[in-house]
Design a protein around this ligand. Structure first.
Ligand code: SF4
Length: 370
C-alpha cells in the first residue's frame, strides 16, 4: 500500500495544530504533564465520556495523588473510587501497573514506549497517548474518535477492524504525529507538537467530527476531507460488523433482617469482579414467580416479598432490565451465602451501578417502613 501523501499530511497538521491551540477544552488533566495523572485520565476515558470522568479523576487524584499512593491503596479503596465507572478490570490493572512501576522503575513512570506498553492494562493506544501527551514523543494513537476522523478524511470504506485497513490507519496516525513533531515551533503556540497533534485528533472526533451530524462547516480540515467533499461523512467508518443490542432480564433480592441486608461480592474473573451486589439471577422466561426465583437464588423461602424497583442499564451491547424485590426471612439460614451489612454501611461499599441504585431504594424503603 502506498505511503500517505506527504502534502496532505502536512496540510492536515498545519490546520490541526492552530485549531487545537485555539479550541482545546480546558480539562483538568490537560493542566499537568505528570505521566501518572495523564495515565489515570486515559484509563478512565476508555469507554467513558469526558464529563463523567472529570469528577472521578478529581476524586482519584485527591485521594491517591501519587503513583506510590495508588500502588499502596487497598482493593476496597480503589474499587470505591472507581464505583460507577464500570469495566473494573481497568482499575485493578492500573494498580498492578503502579505496583510494577514502584518495583521495577523505583516509582518513576517509564518514558520508553516499550516499557509503557509492557505495563498491565496498557495497549498500543494508551501507550501512544501517554508517550505523546506526557513525554511529547511522536507515538501514534488510534481510538474510536481517531478512526472516525481518519476514515472520513480519506474516505476509507473498508472495515477499520480488518488487519490491512487497521494497519493503514496506524500508518496515517503515525505520519501525522511525526509530521507534527518535525514541524518548527509556532508562535504564539510553541506547545509540544506531538502531544498537541494527537490530542487534536481526539478533540476533533469528540467535538466536531461526531458520529452523527458532524459539523463539517466548522471543521479546520474540511478543505482536505474526502468524505466532506463527497457529502457523505456519516458513511464512515464502516462498522457493518457491530452486533445488535440484546435485551437481558435479571431479578434481584434485597433481603432484610434485623436492620441488615445481605450482599455478595462478585467473583474474580467475571464482569464487575470484586464489586458488591444483592443476590440476583438472570431470567430466561417472560413469566416467572418472584418467590420461586427467590428460593432458587438464596435458597430458602421468603417470609415477605414486595416489589422494590426496576432499574434499566447497559453493559456493552446488552440492555439490561433488573427487577428487584425487597424481602424478609424468618431466620438467617447458613445457606444464604454473603455478608449481612447494616443499612448505614451500604454507601461505604463499592456496588455495581445498577445495584447502587437498589441500595438507595432499599434504604429509603426500609427506613420509611413502606
Ligand atoms: Fe469530519 Fe466533516 Fe471534518 Fe471531514 S470535514 S473531518 S467529516 S467534521
Amino acid at each position: 500500500m502506498s505511503a500517505p501523501n506527504p502534502a496532505k499530511i502536512k496540510a492536515l497538521v498545519d490546520a490541526l495544530l492552530p485549531w487545537f491551540a485555539r479550541e482545546a477544552r480546558d480539562l483538568p488533566w490537560r493542566r499537568t504533564r505528570d505521566p501518572y495523572a495523564i495515565w489515570v485520565s486515559e484509563i478512565m476515558l476508555q469507554q467513558t465520556q469526558v464529563k463523567t470522568v472529570i469528577p472521578y479523576w478529581e476524586r482519584w487524584m485527591q485521594a491517591l495523588p501519587t503513583l506510590e499512593a495508588a500502588a499502596a491503596a487497598s482493593s476496597d479503596q480503589i474499587h470505591k473510587l472507581w464505583e460507577g465507572l464500570g469495566y473494573y478490570t481497568r482499575v485493578r490493572n492500573l494498580q498492578k501497573a503502579a505496583q510494577l512501576i514502584v518495583e521495577r522503575h523505583s516509582g518513576r513512570f517509564p518514558e520508553a514506549f516499550d516499557d509503557i506498553l509492557a505495563l498491565p492494562g496498557i495497549g498500543r493506544y494508551t501507550a501512544g497517548a501517554i508517550s505523546s501527551i506526557a513525554f511529547n514523543q511522536p507515538a501514534p494513537i488510534l481510538d474510536g474518535n481517531v478512526i472516525r476522523v481518519l476514515t472520513r478524511l480519506y474516505a476509507i470504506a473498508e472495515n477499520p477492524k480488518d488487519k490491512q485497513t487497521n494497519d493503514r490507519l496506524w500508518r496515517l496516525a503515525k505520519s501525522l504525529v511525526q509530521q507534527a513533531a518535525n514541524s518548527p515551533p509556532r508562535a504564539p503556540h510553541p506547545a509540544p507538537h506531538a502531544s498537541s497533534l494527537n490530542q487534536s485528533l481526539m478533540e476533533l472526533g469528540a467535538l466536531i467530527c461526531t458520529p452523527r451530524r458532524p459539523q463539517c462547516l466548522l471543521c479546520p480540515v474540511q478543505p482536505h476531507c474526502e468524505a466532506a467533499r463527497r457529502q457523505c461523512p456519516e458513511d464512515f467508518p464502516n462498522l457493518s460488523d457491530i452486533l445488535p443490542a440484546t435485551a437481558q432480564q435479571y431479578m434481584a433480592f434485597v433481603v432484610e433482617s434485623r436492620g441488615e441486608v445481605l450482599v455478595r461480592k462478585r467473583p474474580e474473573g467475571g464482569v464487575n469482579a470484586h464489586l458488591w451486589e444483592f443476590p440476583n439471577t438472570r431470567i430466561y422466561f417472560r413469566k416467572v414467580a418472584p418467590a420461586d426465583m427467590f428460593r432458587l437464588v438464596l435458597p430458602v423461602a421468603p417470609k415477605t416479598l414486595q416489589p422494590l424497583a426496576v432499574v434499566k442499564h447497559s453493559i456493552t451491547r446488552y440492555r439490561i432490565t433488573l427487577t428487584a424485590y425487597l424481602a424478609t426471612v424468618t431466620r438467617r439460614h447458613p445457606r444464604m451465602a454473603g455478608k449481612w451489612v447494616r443499612l448505614d454501611r451500604l454507601p461505604k461499599l463499592a456496588f455495581t451501578a445498577a445495584h447502587k441504585k437498589l441500595a438507595s431504594a432499599a434504604a429509603k424503603s426500609i427506613l420509611s417502613g413502606e
